[in-house]
Design a protein around this ligand. Structure first.
Ligand SMILES: CC(C)(COP(=O)(O)OP(=O)(O)OC[C@H]1O[C@@H](n2cnc3c(N)ncnc32)[C@H](O)[C@@H]1OP(=O)(O)O)[C@@H](O)C(=O)NCCC(=O)NCCS
Length: 264
């Protein structure tokens, strides 16, 4: 239990630049209080003490402004920042390392009792302030939901959904190096990837990508030529001998090598 609490506190300190100490997190973060109380409510729910689970959940809502149904499943290191107005439905599932801001609803659109009515958030999803994610679909790992988005369809892993109704804006717009950079630097606070929209940074990353693709292609061509018997080292300094070598190779590939050609 204390291990879970310790990692919750560490996750909050990592993801909220405003968190200055563990003591501040323990005493001033309603998201943490709601999650700790939810663990108790969820244990009651699973033990079939349904009323007690609901009651604890309502007490937590009264104290924190965050309503988590006791039947909802929460992973590890989930962080609900600010939290006021968050509603998480009964069949919602939230993966490890997800971050949810104030005013988020993980809600349902169907009244079918016992059915999966609420969304599943896979690992590392960030849900912006005021977003509504409605329905029993999945939001893929590391996806981002923009603030105030209304999401009614699945979001692919790594995608970003914005607007009402939400559209996927940029699964590929953030270049891979920028994403990797963000990963190295840690959590992208508020879902914003550092330098992702800086045109100079994007251009440089584009050039690096291009250069590395070209290098890879050249390596593949060299490997193929070497397999066919060419002295590729010599070709670097395009001298006469190397050219002859290359010509011979091309001719042999065409199956047209003749003694005459060699003499020439
Ligand atoms: C969605 C989000 C994660 C995208 O951030 P990003 O990776 O930096 O993307 P950009 O800002 O470059 O935006 C990409 C496009 O989406 C649009 N967009 C971004 N956020 C949007 C939102 N919430 N609603 C509607 N459109 C949005 C931008 O206008 C832009 O559109 P364009 O390409 O037509 O110009 C971010 O804007 C967001 O909403 N984060 C949540 C922050 C939050 O809730 N903070 C609460 C702190 S208390």
């Amino acid at each position: 239990m204390f291990d879970r609490l310790r990692e919750d506190i560490a996750a909050i300190r990592e993801r909220d630049p405003a968190a200055r100490s563990a003591w501040e997190v323990v005493t001033c973060y309603p998201g943490l209080h709601a999650i700790v109380l939810h663990r108790f409510a969820n244990a009651c729910w699973r033990a079939q003490w349904r009323w007690l689970g609901r009651f604890v959940s309502q007490m937590a809502r009264f104290l924190t402004g965050i309503e988590i149904h006791p039947g909802a499943t929460l992973g590890r290191r989930v962080f609900i920042d600010h939290g006021m107005g968050v509603v998480i439905g009964e069949t919602a599932e939230i993966g490890d390392d997800c971050t949810i801001y104030q005013g988020v609803t993980l809600g349902g659109t169907s009244l079918a009792r016992g059915a999966k009515r609420h969304p599943t958030l896979e690992r590392g999803v960030i849900v912006g302030a005021g977003a509504k994610v409605l329905g029993g679909f999945t939001v893929g790992a590391e996806a981002k939901i923009g603030s105030n988005a209304v999401v009614v369809k699945p979001v692919p892993a790594g995608g970003t959904a914005v607007g009402n109704p939400a559209r996927i804006v940029m699964p590929a717009v953030v270049s891979k190096p920028a994403k990797d950079e963000a990963k190295r630097e840690g959590f992208c606070a508020y879902g914003i990837t550092p330098n992702a929209d800086d045109p100079v940074s994007l251009a440089i990353h584009g050039l690096i990508d291009h250069a590395s693709t070209q290098t890879q292609r050249v390596d593949e061509i060299v490997a193929a030529l070497e397999r066919l018997g060419a002295r590729v080292e010599a070709m670097h300094s395009i001298d006469g001998a190397a050219l002859v070598d290359l010509k011979r190779l091309c001719s042999s590939m065409d199956g047209k090598v003749t003694a005459e050609q060699e003499a020439r």
